[in-house]
Ligand binder design. Sequence first.
Ligand code: ADP
Ligand code: F6P
Length: 320
Amino acid sequence: MKKIAVLTSGGDAPGMNACIRAVVRAGIFNGFEVYGVKRGYNGLITDDMERLEMRSVSSIIQRGGTMLYSARCLEFKTPEGQAVAIENMKRRGIDGLIVIGGDGSFRGACAITNQCGIPTVGIPGTIDNDLAYTDFTLGFDTAANTVVSLINNIRDTMTSHSRMSVIEVMGRNCGDLALYSGIAGGAEVIIVPEVPVTAEEVISRIEASRSKGKVSCIIVIAEGVKDFESKLEVIRERLHADMRVSVLGHIQRGGSPTMRDRLLASQFGTRAVELLMENKGSRAVGIRNDQIIDMDIIEAVEMPRKFNKELYEMAKILAM
Ligand code: ADP
Ligand code: F6P
């Protein structure tokens, strides 16, 4: 194997740049030519890729986003799009591909290996932390820290005015970003898609905290929680709350990656290159119990998610 390529796909995540840097430097160190593919799978279809050298990835470890750009490429989901992408890879003599992205991006990587045998390795890069096989995905720590910092700001002003704040955070269908940042931000109530709650439950929890002297209240709610608006209205009315809603949006997806994400990115990128050196394809890299692991990419994608109910229950106690 001589030439390998790397791409970033799906929603971007802080730490993707640090991971590209690791792939390029570990790759060149181990004798590969490394190519950076632009805009996810689009770049494979349009043959938009460039050779990356050690200095091409200078000064990106601290930057959010991805220097290779990212995209959701619908054409790549079609057999025709995949055929063009594979043709381009073969013509260029690409012997291995590293894909940094979420579960959809991993499925794309599998499609390549299944159809032409070119080994692919998936690196989990998403702020959603929604891949069950790995304890953490790249970008989750940074996004959670950003959310915590925003909760801090909102709490200052909510406390001054004795208000109630509802803060909606991203995460797609996964409640991890809400749960972890809610705990670290001291939220009074955390609402996630994995655990349905009634308006009555929320009201009684807030009443209990008020009876213990709390004057402001922060509810962190994951975007994946559906149809909660009417319940919020009931909560607001019954508690006579002066309620404000903040939807954090993409502010939580950018920004300089934390030390933890930079380290994880470096370890993931290096392991992915090692797997290609061993000619191992269809693998997904992750972290479990502080150990970098790899496993079959399809098994990784299909592993059912387990929500951390212990953390959720702990949050309820500590919020009092
Ligand atoms: P993520 O990787 O963050 O889960 P998406 O689900 O949007 O994000 O997937 C990113 C891209 O991966 C898609 O736009 C498409 O190009 C590719 N992809 C997703 N699912 C598949 C699939 N089943 N087969 C082939 N490619 C896929
Ligand atoms: O998957 C990352 C993510 O930021 C999700 O948390 C969110 O639901 C989605 O992407 C937003 O997508 P877009 O950037 O296309 O609006």
